[in-house]
Write a protein that binds this ligand. Structure first.
Ligand SMILES: O=C(O)CCC(=O)C(=O)O
Ligand SMILES: [Fe+2]
Length: 378
């Protein structure tokens, strides 16, 4: 997966931060057509103000406390099954580590475009500063700039893409990625417990495996916030994703459930965690997921097709958690919308499973003679 995560880059596109400055500066420069989607606001969105409809909040401290662990673990299992998303509070990642990461990410993004271009993506790679999902010249574009780094295993790091300014950037990412991994592995154990299986099994699939960090910068769009999308609907290609949002006064993330979009009000200091596709129950055929094919509205794609390459990267890995839980966990579609006047920054940490292994539902979870679905992780 380390190499798969590196390959299959994105076509180069305009820098959205610079574009937004032109469009937002009062000159009334129109937003280019390629960024205007049908009408993202036409679909029903459930407001985050309605707490009865909010994604669940899970307390990590309660998960660890023997007094409350059983009850909180049941809530964790239910969140993974019904939502595929939850906010995690009291997670134990030191405030200082998060604050340093945020400071340096903001410091990097604040630099002039020419300086950031020192870390620009290069053909055939997703790492670096640029975009992630552009595979054709006429595809609609997301109103966002992205910056992706493979952070683990540490020997797989490609330092050409790691900024040297701010000077502390590399150390901050290093500390944060280690803390995030510690948390993720512990959480995977608890998720395994939540579905009644051996904690070490799930941890073993992820521990020491590739881990990637993506910074998403969503500039404001004064003229057409309702018609551009920061990040098109997708499900993540990781086993599990930990998402940090930098400015909690701006909402942007929306999660799909029962055909409706639910806005997420990210809590101060919390992680938004989402289950990847591998923990759900999805049929696989020659390594292609039907879910991915239906996402693109196509069938019969072969290996090597750019859509398949992208699908492998973005959609394959989360299915591990779907598959391994035999449908007890759900990998859910989500998207990011844009604010008319405020920018938003998020940092997603993706955890990938062990490459080149066969994955099937955990044996304890296959009851009543259900066929085991298996796949090989690339
Ligand atoms: O920025 C967000 O809220 C969502 C980010 C996301 O879904 C991703 O990076 O995969
Ligand atoms: Fe995502």
């Amino acid at each position: 997966m380390a190499d798969a995560a590196r390959g299959h880059g994105s076509l180069p596109v305009a820098n959205v931060q610079a574009l937004a400055e032109t469009c937002n500066n009062g000159v009334d420069e129109p937003v280019p057509q390629r960024y205007l989607s049908k009408d993202p606001s036409a679909e029903e969105v459930v407001s985050a103000d309605d707490s009865a409809c909010a994604i669940p909040v899970i307390d990590f401290r309660k998960l660890l406390d023997p007094e409350s662990s059983e009850e909180e673990c049941a809530r964790l299992g239910s969140a993974c099954h019904h939502w595929g998303f939850f906010q995690l509070i009291n997670h134990g990642v030191p405030d200082e580590v998060i604050a340093n990461l945020m400071k340096d990410v903001v410091g990097f993004l604040k630099q002039p475009l020419e300086s950031k271009k020192e870390c620009a993506q290069q053909a055939g790679s997703l790492e670096g500063y640029g975009q992630a999902f552009v595979v054709s010249e006429d595809q609609k574009l997301d109103w966002a700039d992205m910056f992706y780094l493979q952070v683990h295993p540490s020997e797989s790091r490609d330092m050409r893409f790691w900024p040297t300014r701010p000077a502390s950037f590399r150390d901050s990412v290093d500390s944060y990625s280690l803390e995030a991994a510690k948390l993720a592995y512990r959480l995977l154990e608890l998720m395994a417990k939540a579905v009644g299986t051996e904690p070490a099994v799930l941890r073993g699939v992820f521990q020491g495996q590739p881990q990637g960090m993506r910074v998403n910068l969503y500039p404001p769009c004064r003229q057409a916030a309702g018609r551009v999308l920061g990040l098109s609907p997708h499900s993540d290609a990781s086993g599990m994703t930990l998402l940090l949002q930098m400015n909690n006064d701006v909402q942007g993330l929306q999660v799909k459930k029962d055909g409706r979009w639910f806005a997420v009000d990210a809590m101060d200091g919390a992680f938004v965690v989402n289950v990847g596709d591998f923990l759900e129950d999805t049929w696989w055929c020659l390594g292609l997921t039907l879910k991915t094919l239906s996402f693109f509205g196509v069938g019969g794609l072969g290996w090597g097709h750019p859509f398949v390459s992208r699908s492998v990267l973005m959609y394959l890995v989360p299915f591990v958690l779907q598959i391994m839980s035999n449908g007890k966990f759900t990998s859910v579609e989500h998207r990011a919308v844009i604010h008319p006047t405020k920018k938003r920054i998020s940092v997603a940490m993706f955890f990938y499973p062990c490459p080149n292994m066969m994955v099937g539902p955990l044996p304890e979870l296959v009851k009543g003679g259900i066929d085991q679905r298996v796949m090989r992780i690339l």
